[in-house]
Design a protein around this ligand. Structure first.
Ligand code: GLU
Length: 313
């Protein structure tokens, strides 16, 4: 029997989002971010927006964005407002880059990947850029990428699940790219500009992005944009400890039985759907899930092994 659950009081101050990269069909790893961000927003009476991060044109797969939207629809996840497409936002990114240039916060960099790899120490986000082009390019070299000049100060933020995170962007990441050599704006710049554009108050996403957060907070401070709250969910890994992704051949989410898929997602997120919920309607599922969402069950959890990947195929 379906029980009625109280609806959370509307809270206009909470705006969450789901920001998938349409590089393939929605897989279980992204579904976690979708469901986690949706439940966090709805259980707090907030709005939930969707943004297609289709900025990295070579990675975008034709039809993938439509496929993701169809799955969200089939799973009964209703978003607020229009979907924002990063592929249509170049002017806003250009404007942000101009502002960074005006502040003297970026410089041209002509280093090749190989030069960077050869001259850098490894950091959590890959090679730490040595700053070779900080003092200017030698005249023989054409400027290519645009890099942000970072500072050594340790940047600290409190993640709602992962606790206090501290990073010196300069020491652990180095000056980072905001416009690539091929003219394309970077994820770091686009995400900051778009989170502000969409009025996002709370970012809920996978922990694989936690090392990017200090860079994003740094860019927000340079551009005078608000810093949202952050909650980084554990990521799903396979038996070999690899993150589920297109590269590790994560299966696409099945919509054959949406409530069963959602109940499995909830169990994975350490929630406890009652027996019998699987036989209920999507509406009944969401009512239960919103009323019982307890993200604190994931406190400090960084990864969870997915043992039933096949069952989701
Ligand atoms: N587009 C990113 C991804 O699909 C997520 C970015 C974000 O949530 O900030 O992994």
């Amino acid at each position: 029997m379906t029980q009625a659950h109280p609806t959370p009081t509307p809270n206009p101050a909470y705006v969450g989002r789901f920001a998938p990269t349409p590089s393939g069909p929605l897989h279980f790893g992204s579904l976690l971010a979708a469901v986690g961000s949706y439940l966090e927003a709805r259980s707090r009476g907030g709005a939930w927006r969707v943004r297609m991060e289709d900025i990295d044109r070579p990675r975008v797969q034709p039809g993938a964005a439509e496929g993701i939207v169809r799955i969200l629809d089939a799973l009964g996840m209703a978003w607020d407002g229009e979907i924002l497409y990063q592929s249509q936002r170049d002017e806003a990114y250009r404007e942000a880059l101009r502002e960074l240039e005006r502040l003297g916060a970026v410089y041209p960099c002509a280093c090749t990947r190989k030069e960077i790899a050869d001259s850098s120490l490894g950091g959590p986000a890959g090679p730490v850029y040595s700053g070779a082009c900080r003092q200017g390019l030698s005249s023989r070299r054409a400027p290519c990428a645009a890099r942000v000049r970072t500072v050594a100060d340790v940047l600290v933020f409190d993640d709602s699940l992962q606790g206090r995170i501290a990073q010196s962007v300069e020491r652990e990441v180095g000056d980072f790219v905001v416009r690539r050599a091929d003219g394309q704006f970077s994820y770091q710049l686009a995400v900051v500009v778009d989170d502000a554009e969409q009025g996002i108050s709370d970012v809920v996403r996978g922990i694989d992005l936690i090392d990017s957060t200090p860079r994003q907070i740094y860019l927000q401070s340079l551009l005078g944009l608000p810093t949202p709250s952050y909650l980084h969910l554990p990521v799903a890994v396979n038996g070999r400890g690899e993150k589920l992704s297109k590269q590790t051949r994560a299966p696409a989410v099945s919509c054959q039985d949406p409530v069963a898929t959602l109940c499995r997602t909830m169990r994975f997120l350490r929630q406890e759907p009652p027996p019998g919920l699987e036989g209920e309607s999507l509406d009944a599922f969401w009512q239960w899930a919103i009323a019982h969402w307890q993200p604190q069950r994931l406190q400090g959890v960084r990864s969870i092994v997915l043992t039933d990947a096949e069952a989701l195929a």
